[in-house]
Design a protein around this ligand. Structure first.
Ligand SMILES: [Zn+2]
Length: 326
């Protein structure tokens, strides 16, 4: 989850995890089995990524089971609808991300939630079994991220910025950017074949100003898939309807009419978050869509190129985000 300074979405997700290994998700039953015992002794079973069919391969990392959905659910739906391969990875299992529930049962519930969201979006998803709130930028976690990126044979990798507000968000940012360049180095993590080159790494937006504010290179209109994104977010009930880590029983009406009202309110809050991004980056939308079209865009997602990955020019970005001709 993302705490927005705009206060539009006031749910903070705290995740947790019983460090152990990996937990898989519903779709390409990929994941490697890595023992938590440590790098050197880890038994790694690599699994095939998406088909090498000429389509794009995108892997998005979030700290908690809801971050990728919030930050890139619209772009993911656009890519997936065009046959591209998208995978969301929650790096922690979210097991402290609720005001009433915690531990294994909450981790299982949140995994089921993102699996339902993935079905709506038409993508793959995975939750790593690392405790929420306890993620560290360790060598072993860097190896884990490296393996996931290589197995997906990713063209595009996304994460939080390393100066986001939540320690788990920050360390996901550090871990992911630390795999830039390294994913192509053959003797780094030699148990998984290296990528052929340095892919494009992108950051999600946040509102933090120091050391520098988020400055997007690409802003994508998601109006055509906003209902799908909102449907996906609606499956994450523990976080939004129930309020996540900072929620309370007071949020949960017992009257069915009021429950319905609350669901609508949550949905509207999510829509407003993407409306705020369209407003904030209206000028950048104009660069991609032309001013006339950009002025009509209501909902957007925005992404900034990380300096450590390959530096795409505008033509390559248009190839990676094949949405601007719509
Ligand atoms: Zn989060």
């Amino acid at each position: 989850m993302k705490r927005t300074r705009l206060g539009i979405v006031a749910v903070v997700c705290f995740a947790v995890g019983l460090a152990a290994g990996w937990s898989m998700t519903w779709w390409p039953s990929t994941t490697p089995t890595v023992s938590a015992a440590g790098a050197e002794s880890a038994q790694v079973v690599t699994s095939p990524g998406p088909a090498d069919d000429g389509k794009l391969r995108i892997i998005c990392f979030g700290a908690h089971p809801d971050d990728c959905e919030l930050q890139a659910g619209g772009a993911a739906a656009l890519w997936a609808a065009a046959g591209h391969h998208v995978k969301f990875v929650s790096v922690t299992n979210g097991d402290i991300g609720h005001w009433r529930d915690a531990g294994g049962p909450l981790a299982k519930r949140r995994k089921a939630e993102v699996e339902a969201a993935a079905k709506v979006l038409g993508i793959a998803t995975e939750v790593l079994d690392i405790h929420d709130g306890e993620l560290m930028p360790t060598l072993e976690n860097r190896r884990t991220i490296t393996r996931l990126i290589r197995e997906w044979n990713a063209d595009i990798i996304m994460s939080h910025r390393p100066n986001d507000y939540h320690p788990d968000h920050r360390y996901v940012g550090v871990l992911v950017q630390d795999t830039a360049y390294m994913v192509a180095v053959p003797f780094w993590c030699p148990d998984v074949p290296p990528l052929k080159g340095n892919p494009v790494f992108l950051f999600y937006p946040d509102s933090f100003q120091k050391p520098q504010p988020f400055a997007p290179n690409v802003v994508v209109a998601i109006d055509s898939v906003i209902e799908k994104k909102l449907d996906a977010l609606a499956t994450l009930e523990s976080q939004f309807y129930e309020g996540g880590a900072l929620g309370s029983a007071a949020l949960l009406p017992t009257d069915p009419a009021k429950q319905d009202e609350r669901r609508k309110q949550v949905r509207a809050n999510h829509a407003r978050r993407n409306q705020a991004l369209a407003e904030r980056f209206r000028g950048k939308l104009g660069e991609w869509y032309g001013k006339e079209r950009a002025d009509k865009i209501k909902h957007a997602e925005a992404f900034e190129v990380c300096e450590y990955g390959r530096q795409p020019d505008k033509k390559e970005l248009a190839r990676l985000f094949p949405f601007f001709g719509e």
